[in-house]
Each structure stands twice: as C-alpha cells, then as structure tokens.
Design a protein around this ligand. Structure first.
Ligand code: ASP
Length: 353
C-alpha cells in the first residue's frame, strides 16, 4: 500500500479556527483548530494526507496582514519545502486573494502545490464550511501533489489559480470567484482536475525554491470614479509612488475629455511612474485600443494589465520593482504572462452580445 502524502499546514489565522468566546464574539484561540481536527476521524482517513500544523503567533485577522506576513509564509514554506509533498495556508478570507497573488510571484521555481483556504463559518460551529474546505484541500493535495505545481486558492469545492481569484461575496459559502480563468479543479461527486489549465513546473530552475522578497516598493491601486479631480490624482501620483494599478471603466476607459486629468497621468508616466490599467468589471479585459477613451490612456503612457485582478496586478508591481527593474522594463513585463496571472488578448476575444 502506498504511503500517505505529507502536508505542512501554516495556520495564520482567520475565521476558520476561531471560537466563540463569551462577551468577545469569535476570536482565534491557540491550539483550538488542531484539537478539533485531531479529534475528527475524517482527518485520519487514508484518503487524507498526514499533516503537521504550524500555528502562527499571533493568529491574525487577514485585514491586518501585509507584505511582512507574505514573507513569513513564504519563508516557512521554503524551510519545510523538501520535507513535505504540499502546503496548505489557513488564512482569513478578507485578504486571501492578495496573499495568494503575492505568493504566486514570490515562490520562484515552485514545483509543489501551495493552497490557501479559510472559511466563512468557523470549524467550531455545527454547520460550517471550514470542515469541507479543509478536508477537500487536504484530499486534493493527497491526490494531485505530483501534478499541481502552483499556488491555488481552494474554496467551496473549487480550486482557483491563486493569482486569478478574488473575494466576491462577503457572506456566502461561494465567497471567491476566478472571473477570467475556469477553476483548476472542481469537486462534486468526484474530483475533476483540468490538467490543460495547470502550470508546468519550470524544471530548469532545479528542485529548490527561491523566494523573492516583495513589498518594499511604493505602489498602490486606485479606482476611477466620475467627478475625480485632476489634483486629487496628481497628489496620489507624486513621489515616492513608483507604480499604480488604475481600475478603469468598462474595457479600459477613462474620462479622456478631462484634459487636465490626462496631463497629470502623462506627467507621472514621463517621470517613470508605471500606471497599469485594469478593468473595473471583474469579467473581461482592459483593451486600451478599443475606444477613444482607452486610447487616450495609451497616449498618456498607461499600459494595459489586460484581465488581471487588482490583487494580481498589485502583487506583480511589487514583484517587478523588487527585481530591481527600471520603469521601462517594469512596463514591458507587467503586460506579459509571468505565472498564469494574465491572458494576453486574442483578436476575437471581445463579446459583443
Ligand atoms: N476578517 C476575517 C479575516 O479575513 C474574515 C475571514 O476569515 O473570513 O481574517
């Protein structure tokens, strides 16, 4: 009989392991999650890998997490990389898509599955989604650890590519969606892995894992809105800002008739600020060639982020600047597909119906 796989669980916090504390509501309680898992016979089934839980101290609400926490998780994975077949990061749902995106860029040469999951209702409740998300993640790693070599986000029976996922619903079990890429794996009566979508591990990088430390660059995201005044955007674009994800209308449009606004963008891009346009609608791509209002952005030196999520585009800017690239090279590479985060536009991609 073949041996069970080994999975390293990095438990960073979030609702999944919280417990109701009288007078305080839900809060993370050290040791509680592992106790519940260990006591449950399903987590010891032969279909579930052996697991080791590293509980972080302190356990965090993901609203309080940022680049330092991404690095801590990445280093934790690197330290245990050779000893485990896969990694599961238990994480709050609020910023899970940001962490998943960041890890997808940071873990260079990844050849094993790294999944993030969490839940909307903690494991301690009689009716919850924590049990299913945990068990499904573990079982999926047990089955497919040799085939999946990327960062995934598992929620509600679907495994998404980590840098394609976004939190769409605040109070639904189907909290996450991957608007522009189908799930890598769907779970119903059985597990349906879409092998054609999986990233191929880059074997030329060797069996080791390298970590790119990101987070030092000054970058941000900004959503266009009607009534935006040029001086507002101007102050945002001032030094030390290096890069901005500009969430544009429709398929990548901006108020081109507002000349002062366009000039502010032009001045910033001339100074070397990298401005990347993505689409406010979650489904679809920013195509700056489609309308005059998009072309005005191109003329202002803005580049297209195509169908990237805001989370992925932000992580990518952090990553490209962390590699020490000059602004022009960041501009070039931000438009390329580096780790599955973007689909370059196809001429026939626009849906007119
Ligand atoms: N605020 C929590 C967090 O993101 C929500 C959750 O876990 O779902 O950590």
């Amino acid at each position: 009989m073949s041996e069970r796989k080994r999975v390293y669980i990095a438990y960073t916090g979030g609702t999944i392991g919280m417990r109701k504390v009288p007078g305080h509501g839900y809060r993370p309680v050290p040791g509680y999650l592992q106790g519940l898992m260990d006591a449950h016979p399903q987590f010891h089934s032969r279909e579930v890998p052996e697991y080791f839980v590293n509980q972080y101290e302190p356990l965090l609400d993901s609203a309080n997490m940022g680049p330092e926490d991404w690095l801590r998780i990445a280093e934790d994975i690197q330290t245990h990389y050779q000893d485990y077949d896969g990694f599961l990061v238990l994480h709050g749902t609020d910023t899970m898509a940001f962490t998943a995106s960041a890890l997808s860029f940071m873990l260079e040469g990844l050849q094993k599955p790294v999944f993030l999951t969490g839940s909307q209702i903690p494991l301690c409740e009689t009716r919850n989604d924590a049990h299913k998300n945990l068990l499904t993640s573990l079982m999926m790693i047990e089955r497919f650890s040799e085939q999946i070599a990327e960062v995934g986000l598992l929620f509600n029976d679907r495994l998404f590519r980590g840098n394609r996922a976004t939190k769409l619903k605040a109070s639904s079990f189907a909290a996450f969606e991957s608007p522009n890429l189908p799930p890598l794996c769907r779970v119903g009566l059985d597990f349906h892995l879409d092998r054609n979508l999986l990233r191929k591990p880059k074997t030329e990088m060797g069996p080791g894992l390298t970590i790119r430390k990101i987070g030092a660059a000054t970058v941000g995201t900004f959503r266009l809105f009607p009534g935006l005044q040029a001086r507002f955007l101007e102050s945002l674009l001032e030094p030390p800002l290096q890069g901005l994800v500009l969430e544009c209308y429709g398929a990548g449009n901006a108020p081109s008739a507002q000349e002062d606004l366009m000039q502010v963008l032009r001045k910033a891009t001339d100074r070397g600020v990298v401005v990347v346009a993505i689409a406010q609608p979650l489904f679809g791509s920013a195509d700056l060639h489609l309308y005059a209002t998009g072309r005005a952005l191109l003329e202002a030196g803005v580049v297209s982020g195509f169908d990237m999520t805001a989370e992925a585009a932000l992580a990518k800017l952090f990553y490209l600047f962390a590699r020490g690239l000059k602004a022009d090279e960041v501009k070039r590479q931000v438009q390329l597909d580096l780790c599955g985060e973007l689909s370059p536009p196809q001429p026939s991609q626009n849906e007119w119906d």
